[in-house]
Design a binder for this molecule. Structure first.
Ligand code: ADP
Length: 599
């Protein structure tokens, strides 16, 4: 139970108790007063009656005692009141309860003094002899004469007191009952008042502890109900705001984590405040590992630490490219930006890491390619120029020499033409400018036709061409490009195989892993094998590079440009397939391509 409820209950009980007590006291007093007044009135009336009938005798007190005492005793018998007859000077002449001779002078009794003044006197006095309160009423026998005899009536207030006591008892019991009822009612009222307040307090505490789902059950439309509604509205607002904040936070976190750049935030004191996933990957840490720790603990890279240190000291933009060797080799472009908070206070630095490994590699390849192309073009151009010069210098007059020189010029310009053609072709494929035109290709007839195109070339070198294609095999491909692939590989096979050898093309479905033994396949495999000179192991990984040749002289004599396999690889990849090579020097080579059946 809350202390507020206890206090409220006590206050209510005290208030009710106090008012009941005051009411009781007033009531008791009024009842007593009324009682005594009624008694006095009736005593005054009776006195008057007695006085009216009274025959006052004069004389020596000793002669009068008997008469007045009898009278008093007689009257007491009738009225059950004490009667006293007093002479004007205070001498008691007769008394119903005592011997008048033994009684002292009564002139100074309050009721007697009163009676002498106003005709009737009253007093309430405790009688030591009887140990009770007595009510006295005295009256002059002859009103207006201060020396008049006096009659005095006395009655015990014992009955009155007893009656009052009974009333008091009843009053106290009633009060207690009332008090208990009041306490109960007060408690219920207090509970009714405090319970909603307690509920509201509980809800407010839950909200304080970030439980924004807590709501007050509003049961009344009074001020407390309104307070409940206000608290609920506040909780609604908080909930909406918090969910917005959470949403923003998670959006920001997912943006940061999915960025392909690394972000590291370091505060003014050098503690890592934030590190996104990519930065963690690059630096070899997880964000939980380093959050809150000093950048000096990023031990892996000395130059990086130096850069951060510089940034924190100089508070200006810094840029650097660094090679990282851990966890893998990467070339990173680092941008360090100082953060200035509102008010221009320095808040630390933001480090943006960009992986430029691929970009730099591409740039290098581009420039190498340009150098290679220039070099490749220079050779035939130099040959054409040289022989043309010799012809101009006079060799033209010798028909024999002129003819052979012109043949060389023709061959070289033809090579130049082919080279330029291949370079353009490669550029076209790489830029993906020309869209693929897919159609179903039936492999038996396709292979047959392609072999036919190559048969003249093969026949010239006495090389046997053969095919092993499973009937009914289809593949969805750009037929012209597929032919370009196969012809390139066949041409290589023929040119790198000595006379009398053979070149074989095979086509078959690739079994789906886990579904072997069934007819299902989603890829086909085309392999072209020869019995030629083969390719040394060390050259195998590089033969698909542009202008890469195992033996420059031989390639040139066979009319190769060094771009054929490069073009083949690109075309295969455009089809979503892959190419691999297997070769043994002196025995032969096998190029295998795997293509998806459906695009
Ligand atoms: P090239 O025009 O010189 O033939 P390619 O790109 O077609 O250029 O081939 C690159 C190099 O790979 C060739 O110079 C050659 O040394 C080697 N090569 C290609 N195919 C074969 C093969 N079937 N047998 C042996 N070597 C081959």
């Amino acid at each position: 139970m809350s202390s507020f409820r206890v206090r409220l209950t006590l206050i209510l009980i005290a208030m009710i108790g106090l008012s009941v007590l005051v009411a009781g006291l007033l009531m008791g007093k009024t009842i007593k007063d009324n009682h005594i007044e009624a008694l006095q009135d009736s005593m005054v009336r009776e006195s008057r009656i007695v006085l009216d009938q009274m025959d006052w005798r004069q004389g020596e007190p000793s002669q009068l005692y008997g008469y007045y005492t009898d009278k008093a005793q007689h009257l007491k018998q009738i009225t059950d009141m004490r009667f006293t007859f007093i002479r004007g000077d205070g001498v008691v002449l007769g008394d119903s309860d005592h011997d008048p001779k033994t009684m002292d002078n009564h002139s100074q009794r309050i009721e007697v003094l009163d009676a002498k003044q106003s005709g009737v006197g009253r007093a309430i006095r405790h009688s030591a002899t009887l140990n009770i309160n007595l009510l006295y009423v005295a009256m002059l026998a002859h009103p207006g004469d201060p020396q008049s005899d006096i009659i005095r009536l006395a009655v015990s207030l014992k009955q009155v007191d007893e009656g009052i006591e009974r009333i008091w008892m009843a009053l106290i019991i009633g009060l207690l009952v009332l008090f208990a009822a009041a306490a109960l009612i007060s408690y219920r009222i207090a509970r009714g008042l405090t319970r909603p307040l307690e509920e509201i307090t509980r809800v407010a505490k839950r909200i304080k502890n970030m439980d924004y789902k807590a709501r007050v059950e509003v049961q009344s439309s009074d001020e407390i109900g309104e307070l409940g509604l206000a608290i609920n509205a506040m909780a609604d607002g908080l909930q909406v705001q918090m969910s917005r904040i959470h949403q923003n936070e998670s959006q920001l976190a997912s943006v940061l984590d999915n960025m392909i750049d690394g972000i590291v935030m370091i505060d003014g004191s050098g503690s890592v405040v934030l590190l996104n996933r990519f930065a963690g990957e690059v630096l070899g840490f997880s964000s939980q590992e380093v959050a809150g720790r000093h950048y000096g603990e990023l031990k892996q890279q000395y130059e990086l630490q130096q850069l951060i240190k510089d940034g924190l000291e100089r508070r200006e933009r810094l840029h650097e490219e660094l090679t990282f060797y851990f966890p893998e080799e990467r070339l990173l472009d680092l941008n360090l930006v100082p953060i200035f908070e509102e008010g221009g206070e320095f808040g630390g630095v933001l480090l943006v890491l960009q992986d430029v490994t691929a970009i730099r590699r591409l740039e290098r390849m581009r420039s190498e390619f340009v150098a290679n192309v220039s070099h490749e073009l220079k050779t035939p151009v130099a040959a054409v120029k040289g022989f043309a010069e010799t012809l101009l210098g006079g060799a033209v007059d010798d028909p024999e020499t002129a003819r052979s020189f012109l043949q060389i010029i023709f061959d070289e310009s033809d090579r130049l033409n082919r080279l330029i053609g291949d370079i353009l072709e490669l550029a076209k494929i790489e830029s993906r400018r020309v869209p693929m035109r897919y159609s179903p290709v039936e492999l038996t007839s396709f292979t047959g036709k392609t072999l036919e195109l190559m048969s003249a070339e093969a026949a010239r070198k006495h090389i046997r061409l053969s095919m092993k294609v499973e009937p009914g095999l289809f593949v969805e491909a750009d037929e012209d490009r597929l032919r370009q692939i196969v012809m390139n590989l066949l041409a290589n096979g023929i040119s790198y195989t000595p006379e009398g050898g053979s070149v074989t093309i095979k086509a078959e479905p690739v079994p789906i892993p886990g579904a072997e033994g069934t007819e299902d396949y989603d890829q086909i495999r085309i392999s072209i094998s020869d019995t030629g000179i083969g390719i040394p192991k060390k050259d195998l990984p590089r033969i698909f590079e542009r202008f890469y040749r195992v033996d420059k002289a031989r390639s040139r004599s066979s009319g190769g440009t060094g771009l054929g396999l490069s073009i083949v690889k690109h075309l295969v990849e455009l089809h979503g397939g892959s190419i691999s090579v297997d070769s043994t020097v002196g025995i032969g080579s096998t190029f295998t391509i795997e293509l998806p059946v459906l695009q």
